[in-house]
Design a protein around this ligand. Structure first.
Ligand code: PTJ
Length: 265
């Protein structure tokens, strides 16, 4: 096995531990091989946003919590990476929002579906939709494996949380009238652009915050929650994420210049 013990004082401990979770998920057939690449892309964008949850991201988390609480039938879509990284938070979010978990895979293999189901059950999930023993319906205009959805889940949902998603399905879900919430570290991805609410953050940081936000908002009048969703401006949030990346690169560039001048002396 290619896993390692990470020293507690390692400066990049959290990032390395998260990487280990994905590698272990791959060894257990939860994560697709392409999921390792997707994680690397996420790591790069996390580095660019400074590996922290920004204040404007908290606005997106708040709006996502309000949207899930005001939905008639919210659903949480689960893929391999998401299951490997935050299985307990998925179960908690499902419990506090009443949104069922639905397994929906791009790189479908029965072995992966079974491994994901087992991991979710191990994390406390009582009911999981989207598995092969369940009925299925299809999303029109989508040719990938993800077109197959559960009629009691995404098929009849009004609000769908699709973390770490590919652009095609986000567009297809929007076209059939679903309100889409995503979590994606890349503010330039098609998913980030096409979603109604994009949380530009690492899923390992924002999922506990989302659960907390739902708990805080639960019980507030529907009118107030709907106003939070209506006030949220996704395009402006994506712009702020891009500005964060630009400012971070500018800062790094001046630090590199200072370093060059110091070493030249
Ligand atoms: O399990 P499957 O078969 O359904 O496949 C899952 C993957 C992730 C492989 C599939 O959905 C895929 O190929 O996704 P993409 O198109 O690579 O998009 C994944 C997005 O998630 C990218 O924009 C990444 O930057 C982002 N991402 C990766 N890791 C994280 C992340 N966003 C938030 N938190 C992360 N930890």
């Amino acid at each position: 096995m290619d896993t390692i013990e990470i020293p507690p004082d390692h400066p990049r401990r959290v990032s390395l531990e998260t990487r280990e979770q994905v590698i272990e998920g791959h060894q257990r057939h939860i994560v697709a091989t392409a999921g390792l690449l997707a994680h690397g892309r996420g790591e790069a964008f996390d580095y660019l946003i400074g590996e922290r949850t920004h204040s404007y991201t908290k606005l997106a988390i708040n709006a996502a919590a309000a949207a899930m609480l005001t939905a008639d039938h919210p659903v949480i879509s689960v893929n391999g990476n998401v299951c490997a990284l935050v299985p307990e938070d998925l179960v908690l979010l499902s419990e506090v929002t009443g949104a069922p978990l639905e397994v929906n895979l791009f790189y479908y293999r029965k072995e992966r579906e079974d491994a994901i189901l087992e991991a979710l059950k191990g994390a406390g999930a009582k009911r999981v939709l989207g598995t092969h023993d369940r009925p299925s319906t299809t999303i029109p205009e989508l040719s990938s494996n993800r077109r197959r959805v559960d009629p009691d889940g995404i098929g009849s949902a009004d609000v769908v949380l699709v973390p770490l998603e590919d652009g095609d399905r986000t567009e297809a879900l929007r076209r059939i009238g679903k309100f889409v919430i995503t979590i994606d570290l890349n503010p330039m991805s098609r998913t980030a652009i096409f979603s109604n609410i994009t949380i530009v953050d690492n899923i390992v940081r924002c999922m506990p915050l989302l659960v907390e936000a739902v708990r805080e908002h639960k019980g507030r009048p529907i009118k107030e929650l709907k106003a939070i969703v209506d006030r949220f401006d996704n395009r402006s949030n994506l712009k702020k994420s891009l500005e964060t990346i630009r400012d971070h690169i500018d800062e790094m560039a001046s630090e590199a210049q200072d370093f060059k001048e110091e070493t030249a002396q």
